[in-house]
Design a binder for this molecule. Sequence first.
Ligand SMILES: C[S@@+](CC[C@H](N)C(=O)[O-])C[C@H]1O[C@@H](n2cnc3c(N)ncnc32)[C@H](O)[C@@H]1O
Length: 383
Amino acid sequence: MSPLNDRADGAGHAAIAGADLSGTAGAVADLDRLILLGLSAHLHRHSRLGRSAAGLPAGPGQDPAHEADTIAGDLGAAPRHRWIAGHWLGALHEAGLVGRDAAGRFHDLHAPRRAELVTARTRMEAARLALGYPAELAELMLRSLRLLPSLLSDEVGVQALLYPDGEPATAEAVYRGNLISRYLNAAAAEVIRDLAGRSTRPLRILELGAGIGATTADLLPALAGRPVEFYLFTDLSPFFLDTARRRFDAGFLRYALLDIAHDLPRRPDELDLIVAATMAHNAPHVGRLLGRAAALLAPGGRVLLIETVREHPQSLTSMPFALSTHDGPPRRLDGRAGTTRTYLSREEWLSALEGGGLRVEVDLPRPADPLTALSQRLFVATR
Ligand SMILES: C[S@@+](CC[C@H](N)C(=O)[O-])C[C@H]1O[C@@H](n2cnc3c(N)ncnc32)[C@H](O)[C@@H]1O
């Protein structure tokens, strides 16, 4: 990798200096376990899984197999959220907590014992501290489990989970106030400093899906005192633009609504940097999005992605609800088509960037870094 990769990694680690990373993988597994057991318990309580044909608790091997859609009906899922039952059952199957027959039907769901649930709940606190998450993250996980019936029935929207009382503290906990986000945002800020240092003209920057601005807030200081023509802050939702207008005061910031499923409305060869933090996976076809983004870059311009490379079970009770469209699962036209997969693997992200005519310069954290267990990465690629 490039010297920029080394400098960005150094800046990322400086931002979390002193953190003990030895327990990272174990802490991720503990948070995942809590949600998987919570889901098993919910499915046991509210669906026919784990019951005999007569509706009684089934012994091993007496449990008939059921289609995921039947289970979605048992759970009272709204039509647009019905796919989530199959998504959960797939994850439970991967974790060895439910059986799946050759026809893709599910059976023999693990019935969590009370002691198992209590242990998982107890370990959550140590795990969130090890990963540097504020208390809001634990509250989000527990609230999502409590609210499952109303989330599934669509009486409660995911916004109420992520923005309780309209406040962004929970979303900040997820996207900023934790070890991996601090590392990634500091590494990304180093890339911006590098770009600002080498540019011969005021920078033109576009951020896609900028949301609550959790990444923007860490990037803007790297531009302080540098010539910037514009930093165009965009999102699908006017709610985020209004919040950002109140939050940020840099004179070069501009705001616009922009849906990446449609055109990216800038001129070709215009931009020095396109930032997309935990949002490019929303594109129906990631390769096509990156190809269109590359065409907007001036030669030497960069795309900076912060992305997830594996869905962790700990987000299963929140994120899928944000992905449902009005009619059901999100539309996927790339390698995820026909699956309920949200993210690309690291290799798929790299090849989508290269397929767009971009050269990858930063791919972090490094393979042996304990932070890789968090499955969030920084990719920077140059036209
Ligand atoms: C996971 S949040 C990330 C927010 C932000 N980048 C950050 O790091 O704080 C994803 C954001 O992408 C936006 N988004 C989702 N689909 C989009 C689309 N098709 N076009 C533009 N933005 C989209 C959402 O509104 C949300 O603000």
